[in-house]
Design a protein around this ligand. Sequence first.
Ligand SMILES: Cc1ncc(COP(=O)(O)O)c(C=O)c1O
Length: 460
Amino acid sequence: MKTKLDAQSRETRLREKLPQISTPLPGPNAQKILALDRRYVSPSYARDYPCVAKRAEGMIVEDVDGNIFLDFSAGIATVSTGHCHPKVVGAIQRQAGMLIHMSGTDFYYPLLAQVAEKMAAITPGDFPKRVYFGNSGTEAIEAAIKIARYHTRRHRVIAFLGGFHGRTFGSLSLTSSKSVQRERFGPLLPGVTHAPYAYPYRCPCRRDQNQCAKDCCCADLIDQTLFRTIAPPQDVAAIVVEPVLGEGGYVVPPARFLRRLREIADRHGIVLIFDEVQSGMGRTGRMWAAEHSGVVPDILAAAKGIASGMPLGVTVARADLMDWGPGAHASTFGGNPIACAAALETIRLVEEKYMANAAIMGKYLLEKLADWPRRHSAVGDVRGLGLMIGIELVKDRSTREPDGDGRNRVIRRAFEGGLLVLGCGDSTIRLMPPLVVEKHHADFALDVLDRAIAEVEGER
Ligand SMILES: Cc1ncc(COP(=O)(O)O)c(C=O)c1O
């Protein structure tokens, strides 16, 4: 009888999309998978807590023991239309029954050209574009670097401290969010120089937060210092930047930062590359984070949310930059028909309603969070754009010393309370729910986090 009631209440909560934790975590079935995983899976993955997913729908993830979680991590900002959106599932199923693979490197199929046309239409810039297809964010960045080097015949690249662009060797050479990602892998790509990222809460130029936001000078360091000392601008092929810093801490730079990068790139014939792998596809309330600043990049890299969880990476470049010829670059699986079918449906849904929802819900969450730095001694800063929101925890608000350990404990407690969130940067909790999130989900998530932060503060 108890089991039947439990099952009923689980179904009700699933229908109502409310979390329910009914076993100790991890539960017995989860423990078996964890043991298997520990034995066979690469130990390089960094899991914050033991969530073993079985199935998911919309905002809800059910684990292998029947526990139900509210998902504010979206498969790391990837399931943009929510888990298993019926329209996306339908598109995948139809495509799987028709053509699973052909390889766009050697053959043609309609979806590759159709997604390319759509991407050219929805990315910033009123100029002819061409589109390269890979399977991931890192491949989208590799292609962007290669296009820039090939076209300019220059080898240097400027990237930013705290940036994350992937883990294959080219993109890893740009990645600088955590040293563990680079340790013992060098030497990496030569000619990469890192500049400070405009981070108003921790201004690299030591300005106060408001002044930094108004009058950011980080980009000035590139032409006033780097170009004069270690990176001659005539050798620089590309500047690669995330228009909102993702893994590095969900930092929203002042618009002036991106505008100055555009000016510097234009002055020296440098290709400006925006990595929108995490910030793109409607997540910030507009299709691309670039649109908030009005800056148009020469190349835009997208992945993650583009196909609601199917592997796809896309590099959209000004057509004149993609002057490489047949054989210069390609990938067997890149632009796979099923991923392309999922992408077309995802783009349609995001354009139709979810991008607008991201703007509304992002505003709602940020308004509710606005007084947290006053109410919580552990919260140093709250910031965000649309559904890319960071809550930065500090040991002490006057010194702003990051509290990574406190952040990790909050995330663990949230998990135990039925909420899936992840960290980023040294001590930031990031909220990146699927774009289908509704108010009652937001209220639940904030309630769990509010209590978890208060508990961690109580332990100080
Ligand atoms: C901004 C950004 N660029 C690139 C990547 C790499 O993407 P992937 O893990 O698909 O290779 C990520 C992944 O988190 C990212 O956030």
